[in-house]
Design a protein around this ligand. Structure first.
Ligand SMILES: Nc1nc2c(c(=O)[nH]1)N[C@H]1C(S)=C(S)[C@@H](COP(=O)(O)OP(=O)(O)OC[C@H]3O[C@@H](n4cnc5c(N)ncnc54)[C@H](O)[C@@H]3O)O[C@H]1N2
Ligand code: MOO
Ligand SMILES: [Mg+2]
Length: 408
C-alpha cells in the first residue's frame, strides 16, 4: 500500500552528497604565497622538512649540563663550572669532570649527556653541587625529536590553519605553494528582501541569507562575489546566473527552489544549463537543487534561512572543500544521550538544533522552524534523526558539532 506520508522523488541525503561530490573536482591553479599570507589557504604541494627540528640536542631546563659518568653514585657530587651556554650560542665541548651552566633551549655541548635542573643543585664558589639520583640523559631534547629532516610534514590538500603555519615556520619555510582561492558568487532571490540599514516597507523582510552565506563562505577561506538580491522573475534570475557563471568557480543561490510559480531558480538553471538534482529527503532543506551552468556548478539553497544553513553544512560545504583542493573528510558524529523525548513520524531525515550538556547529554533548542535563525545562537550542533525514528529520553543520538559542519 502506498504510504500517504511518503514523498516520492525525494533523494536520500547520502546519495545526494555522493552524486554532488562525484561532479566536483579541484581545477584551481597553484600559486606561490608568503607564509603568513597563506593562513587559511590550501596547500597545493607537499612540504618536506629540509632540517631536523630541533636542529641540535638542547636543554629542556635551566640548569647544568654534565657527563653522567662524572657523578658519584648515591651522594651529592661537586663539579667546577667550566662554561656558560645561553640559547643562541654554539658551545665548545665540555671539559670532562666539569659542569656547564646551561639555559633552556641552549645546545648541549659535545661530551655532556645529562642536564640537571638548577633546583636540584647548589652553587658555591663556582662549584656546583649536584643532587644524587640524577638519571642519565635527563632533560635533553634530542635533535629531530619533533621532526626528522626529509620527512613529509604536510601533504598537499592541507588547510593552512594556525598550527599548520606554525609547523611550516618551524621547518624554515618562508613561502608555500597554495591553490588560488575558490571564487564563489552569492545571489539571494526574493522580491520581499530588504537590506539591513533601511526601514522595512509593507511585505518586506530583511535579507539574512545574503549575510549568512557570505560569512559561511569567508569562514572557509573563499573569495566571495556578492551579487546581491535578485528579483523573483525567470528573466532576472537567468540574467543573474549567466553573469555569475562568467566570473566565478561556483554559484550559490538562496530561495526560489520550491514548487511555487514564484520560484524561478530551477527553471533558470534548466534554461542555461542542466539541473542535476532536486529535492532531498531532508528536513529542513527538502527543496535543495544543484546543477551546472556550462562548467560552473551551482547550488540552490532553500530560502528558509534554517534550511539554507543545514543544506550548506551537509551538502555544499563538502563540495566546496573538495573544489578548494582539500582532502575531504567524512563528517562523523558524536554519540550523546538524548535529554528529551520526541515522536517522529516524518519520512524525511531530520536535523535538529541542539545543545550539549556537560554530562554527555544533549537537549533541543527552540524554535526549530526552518524560517527561524535565532535559536542557532544557543545551538552548538545538530542531532540527526533517521526517517520515522522516535527518540526516547536517555537513548543515544548522533550529534554533529556545528563548528565541524561549518568551519574550514
Ligand atoms: N507547496 C509547497 N510549498 C513549499 C514546499 C513544498 O514542498 N511544497 N517546501 C517548503 C520548504 S520545505 C521550504 S524550505 C521552502 C523553500 O522555499 P524556496 O527555496 O522556494 O524559497 P522562497 O520561497 O523564496 O522563500 C522561502 C521562505 O524563506 C524566506 N527567505 C527567502 N530568502 C530569504 C533571505 N535571503 N533572507 C531571509 N529570508 C528569506 C522567504 O521570505 C520565505 O518565507 O518552501 C516551502 N514551500
Ligand atoms: O526544508 Mo524546509 O526547510 O522543511 O522548511
Ligand atoms: Mg518558494
Amino acid at each position: 500500500m502506498t504510504d500517504p506520508c511518503s514523498q516520492p522523488g525525494l533523494i536520500p541525503l547520502g546519495s545526494a552528497l555522493e552524486l554532488l561530490l562525484a561532479g566536483i573536482e579541484c581545477r584551481l591553479p597553484r600559486e606561490p604565497c608568503a607564509l603568513l599570507q597563506a593562513h587559511g589557504r590550501v596547500l597545493a604541494r607537499e612540504c618536506c622538512a629540509p632540517v631536523d627540528v630541533p636542529p641540535t640536542d638542547n636543554s629542556a631546563m635551566d640548569g647544568y649540563a654534565l657527563r653522567h659518568a662524572d657523578l658519584i653514585p648515591n651522594q651529592p657530587t661537586p663539579l667546577p663550572v667550566s662554561q656558560r651556554i645561553p640559547a643562541g650560542t654554539a658551545p665548545p665541548p665540555l671539559t670532562p669532570g666539569t659542569a656547564a651552566r646551561i639555559f633552556t633551549g641552549a645546545p648541549i655541548p659535545a661530551g655532556a649527556d645529562t642536564v640537571v635542573m638548577q633546583e636540584r643543585t647548589l652553587l658555591e664558589n663556582n662549584q656546583v653541587l649536584i643532587a644524587p639520583d640524577t638519571a642519565a640523559g635527563s632533560n635533553i631534547r634530542p635533535r629531530g625529536q619533533d621532526i626528522r629532516r626529509g620527512t613529509v610534514v604536510m601533504p598537499a590538500g592541507t588547510r593552512l590553519n594556525a598550527t599548520a603555519i606554525g609547523v611550516l615556520a618551524s621547518i624554515g619555510r618562508a613561502e608555500v605553494e597554495v591553490y588560488r582561492r575558490l571564487r564563489v558568487a552569492v545571489l539571494s532571490t526574493g522580491d520581499e528582501l530588504a537590506d539591513p540599514g533601511v526601514a522595512l516597507k509593507p511585505g518586506q523582510i530583511y535579507n539574512s541569507n545574503r549575510y549568512l552565506v557570505l560569512c559561511l563562505l569567508r569562514q572557509l577561506g573563499l573569495e566571495t562575489l556578492d551579487l546581491g538580491p535578485v528579483a523573483d522573475s525567470r528573466a532576472s534570475t537567468r540574467n543573474a546566473l549567466s553573469q555569475a557563471a562568467e566570473h566565478v568557480d561556483i554559484i550559490l543561490t538562496t530561495g526560489g527552489v520550491s514548487v511555487g510559480e514564484e520560484d524561478h531558480v530551477k527553471t533558470a538553471i534548466q534554461d542555461l544549463g542542466q539541473l542535476d538534482l532536486w529535492r532531498i529527503n531532508l528536513k529542513p532543506g527538502k527543496p535543495f537543487a544543484a546543477g551546472k551552468i556550462g562548467r560552473t556548478p551551482l547550488f540552490g539553497l532553500p530560502g528558509n534561512p534554517g534550511a539554507a544553513l543545514v543544506t550548506f553544512a551537509l551538502l555544499v560545504r563538502p563540495c566546496l572543500c573538495k573544489a578548494q583542493g582539500l582532502h575531504t573528510t567524512d563528517q562523523r558524529p558524536w554519540v550523546l544521550q538524548a535529554a528529551f523525548a520526541r515522536e517522529h513520524t516524518n519520512t524525511r531525515e531530520e536535523y535538529l538544533r541542539a545543545r550539549r550538556g556537560l554530562d554527555g547529554t544533549v537537549s533541543l533548542v527552540e524554535p526549530q522552524g526552518s524560517g527561524t535563525l535565532s535559536s542557532l545562537l544557543q545551538c552548538d550542533g545538530l542531532i540527526r534523526i533517521p526517517p520515522r525514528q522516535p527518540v526516547r529520553e536517555g537513548e543515544p543520538v548522533e550529534f554533529y558539532p556545528l563548528h565541524e559542519l561549518l568551519d574550514g
